[in-house]
Design a protein around this ligand. Structure first.
Ligand SMILES: NC(=O)C1=CN([C@@H]2O[C@H](COP(=O)(O)OP(=O)(O)OC[C@H]3O[C@@H](n4cnc5c(N)ncnc54)[C@H](OP(=O)(O)O)[C@@H]3O)[C@@H](O)[C@H]2O)C=CC1
Ligand SMILES: O=C(O)C1=N[C@H](C(=O)O)C[C@H](O)C1
Length: 257
């Protein structure tokens, strides 16, 4: 049995993760973590009475194999460090970590021989979109990204948009055409090494992304649309099974599918 702690257990994604764990025959939820909650009675969250609820990381004493994290950008680095320190395999979906933070966590986990994953997106359509964008990047020198999310999303740009830009940048062998910064009202979005990222936050969206490549007399648009957060759980479940048998931390679901 794979024992799982869900960090951010009562958030939108945390609840989906809890449901996925509860419906899996080879996993069991042993604890939920959220420093914001006051009520530590699991039954008040619809959970089994044996599940422990923690609101202080220092009090977490439950033995676990996997730490699923769908919390908030400002907390995910420390949460993951805690999990790795305790020898709990991290499965991290929370966005907002810097490249340096991700690299530091990988170094920590690898040094301990601990399997784990940090994935900007656990959805198949987004992973494929990023793969296709890497292919297209070799043929088109210019591209922009438009990401559209629900109005409650804290961070911008999304982790997926940043990761898409990184992958495009790498696929081009780091050669980018410089763009002008003459944009006093920031109407041209953010800039990742010459790749513009535009972030929309509106009710009606869950998570969508378009990567638009422009060439002479033609454009190519690769787009994906998430309509239900349930879609992320296939990737989370697959990742949990995979990281149980590896001895290092992988960055991106594409590394294991
Ligand atoms: N990789 C992927 O495939 C996906 C990633 N995400 C990412 O997952 C994250 C969560 O998204 P979502 O569920 O929509 O957000 P929510 O705001 O719905 O959930 C976040 C939860 O984390 C809680 N929380 C606050 N502080 C901490 C902390 N220090 N440690 C643990 N939990 C904490 C919040 O509590 P409270 O509300 O009480 O403040 C809330 O319950 C975001 O970064 C999002 O971008 C989302 C979808 C897919
Ligand atoms: O906050 C969200 O909703 C999502 N966050 C992730 C991101 O920042 O890329 C993944 C997906 O876009 C949904």
């Amino acid at each position: 049995m794979i024992n799982v702690i869900v960090s951010g257990f009562n958030g939108s994604m945390g609840q989906k993760a809890v449901k996925m764990v509860n419906e899996s025959t080879d996993m069991q939820l042993v604890a939920g973590f959220n420093p914001v909650v006051k009520d530590l009675n699991p039954e008040n969250y619809g959970l089994n009475k044996n599940v422990k609820i923690f609101n202080q990381v220092s009090k977490i004493d439950t033995k676990a194999d996997v730490w699923i994290d769908f919390s908030i950008p400002s907390a995910v680095f420390d949460n993951t460090k805690f999990a790795i320190g305790k020898g709990i395999r991290p499965v991290i979906g929370t966005s907002g970590m810097s490249e340096d933070q991700t690299a530091e966590l990988k170094k920590m986990a690898d040094a301990k021989g601990l399997g784990g994953i940090i994935a900007s997106n656990f959805g198949l359509s987004a992973v494929l979109m990023m793969k296709f964008a890497q292919v297209a990047a070799k043929y088109f020198d210019e591209s922009e990204i438009v990401e559209k999310h629900h109005e409650d999303k804290i961070d911008a740009p999304s982790g997926t948009a940043l990761n898409t830009a990184r992958l495009i940048y790498q696929a081009r062998g780091h050669e980018q055409i410089p763009h002008s910064n003459n944009d006093p009202m920031h109407t041209r979005g953010g800039d990742y090494h010459g790749i513009k990222i535009h972030a929309l936050r509106l009710p009606g969206f869950v998570a969508d992304e378009e990567v638009i490549f422009g060439g002479v007399g033609e454009t190519l648009t690769i787009s994906q649309s998430t309509t239900d957060r349930e879609s992320f759980m296939t990737g989370v479940k697959l990742a949990i099974h995979e990281i149980m048998s590896i001895d290092h931390l992988v960055i991106g679901l594409e590394q294991i599918i």
